[in-house]
Design a protein around this ligand. Structure first.
Ligand SMILES: Cc1ncc(COP(=O)(O)O)c(C=O)c1O
Length: 421
């Protein structure tokens, strides 16, 4: 299968990728990049939904690189904004001598979310940490209820609400046991937990679980959570780091479902590839932070980095001008129709998703891994997800064109059916 976008010049991984993998093994901590005879390929450049590796092979990216490249890789308006800002002021002093571009981004985030105050962060896990810190300051209650399968990042604070045990287990001595309920449980269970434990100050939830395997809750779940948390004076933290900025067909899945959170975490797609995230909160909750008298209680060297802020503003313009939530809905219709026949396969347990966030759950993690490797060999990049890695996840750039999407899904469906190339 070869389209204009898929151009394979070598066996995958090619000779340069294999040589780099050997060099990587010698330099990187052994737990970070997974190296096998089948993976990785080393990316050299990317544009739109295409990725080119160091051997000159061109792939279609159905991951948006962990959901980040919603506007596509190297969107010209984002590249231009970063380049302009890099020449003018690449780095400032975020919480001491800030920049106008930082203010503009925070104003934009407030406008988009309808919330009141922002803390800019370097990545998603930090945004979750800020939400957890804010919740403690605002409620004085230390416990946070989370859900099985939840992924909120891997820093120590974020591990306190990890719903995938393997990430927390080796560090259990440093991180207390999280309080978890099944994702998509009846919200009366949440109500029972809140009524039973008065030390719970917040509930944290992903509107759709991403890393947990593209799990979609029942339509009333978020609204129900909002209602029970309000009744018990408990804060609702929505982690939209994966789902935010259009991925599910709405700008924010939580707001669309009528569950306005007290704290909203965003990241990934926010800046089209530049590392930045944010925790946005209601005025009432964010008032819990004391006024700075010169020493911020939460900040970091790169807070509000000007290049990241400029990239984010440009990205948000693209999200609006190209109506990417609507694009995600249209992609969702195509993806749903193409994946539907897979339900009939005995090794396919489920096909689910919303907008441009889909998962095909298979009977064993090894099958999902084999499928991602075979798809890569045929020029399509997908990732496994799910608590055990039993799901093949499909989260393309929202700007992917129909021909590329069709070509990539044809490859992926063939692979999942076990058809030879
Ligand atoms: C829902 C969610 N929250 C938090 C994170 C952590 O973000 P980061 O990897 O930028 O720290 C992720 C990353 O995949 C995520 O999907």
């Amino acid at each position: 299968m070869s389209t204009a976008a898929i151009q394979l010049r070598t066996a995958i991984p090619g000779p340069r990728s294999r040589a780099l993998a050997r060099a990587l093994r010698a330099s990187e901590s052994r737990n970070v990049t997974f190296v096998s005879p089948h993976t990785p390929i080393f990316w050299e450049r990317a544009f739109g939904s295409a990725v080119v590796d160091v051997d000159g092979n061109q792939f279609i990216d159905l991951t948006a690189a962990f959901g980040v490249a919603a506007v596509g890789h190297a969107h010209p308006r984002v590249v231009e904004a970063i380049t302009r800002q890099a020449a003018q002021l690449p780095h400032g002093m975020g919480d001491v001598y800030p920049t106008a571009v930082k203010v503009a981004l925070m104003e934009r985030l407030i406008q988009l979310t309808g919330l009141g105050k922002v803390v800019l962060c370097g990545g998603g896990s930090e945004a979750v940490e800020v939400a957890l810190k804010t919740a403690l300051l605002a409620t004085r209650k230390p416990r946070v209820l989370a859900f099985e399968g939840a992924y909120h990042g891997l820093t120590l604070g974020a591990l306190r609400v990890a719903g995938i045990a393997k990430f927390r287990a080796p560090f259990a001595a440093l991180v207390e046991e999280p309080l978890l309920l099944p994702f998509d449980c009846d919200t009366t269970e949440v109500e029972r937990a809140l009524a039973h434990d008065s030390t719970i100050g917040a509930v944290i939830v992903e509107p759709l679980q991403g890393r947990g395997g593209e799990r979609v809750p029942h339509p009333d779940f978020l609204r129900g959570l909002r209602a029970v948390t309000r009744r018990h004076g408990v804060l609702l933290i929505c982690d939209e780091i994966y789902t935010g900025f259009g991925r599910t067909g709405a700008l924010f899945a939580s707001l669309e479902s009528g569950a306005e959170p007290d704290l909203l975490c965003v990241g990934k797609a926010l800046a089209g590839g530049f590392p930045i995230a944010a925790c946005v909160g209601s005025n009432a909750v964010m008032e819990a932070w004391p006024l700075s008298t010169g020493e911020a209680l939460h900040t970091s060297t790169y807070l509000g980095n000007p290049m990241a802020c400029a990239a984010a503003l440009a990205t948000l313009e693209v999200v609006a001008s190209e109506d990417l939530p609507a694009r995600a809905r249209a992609l969702g219709d195509v993806i749903a129709a193409r994946l539907e026949p897979l339900r009939g396969l005995t090794h396919v347990r489920d096909v689910r998703g919303r907008g441009a966030m889909w998962g095909v759950e298979v009977d064993a993690p090894a099958r999902a891994v084999a499928a991602t490797e075979e798809a890569l060999r045929r020029g399509v990049i997908v990732l496994p997800s799910g608590a055990r890695g039993e799901v093949v996840s499909i989260t393309p750039p929202l700007i992917i064109d129909r021909a590329d999407l069709d070509a990539a899904l044809t490859v992926l469906c063939d692979v999942l059916r076990g058809h030879a190339a």
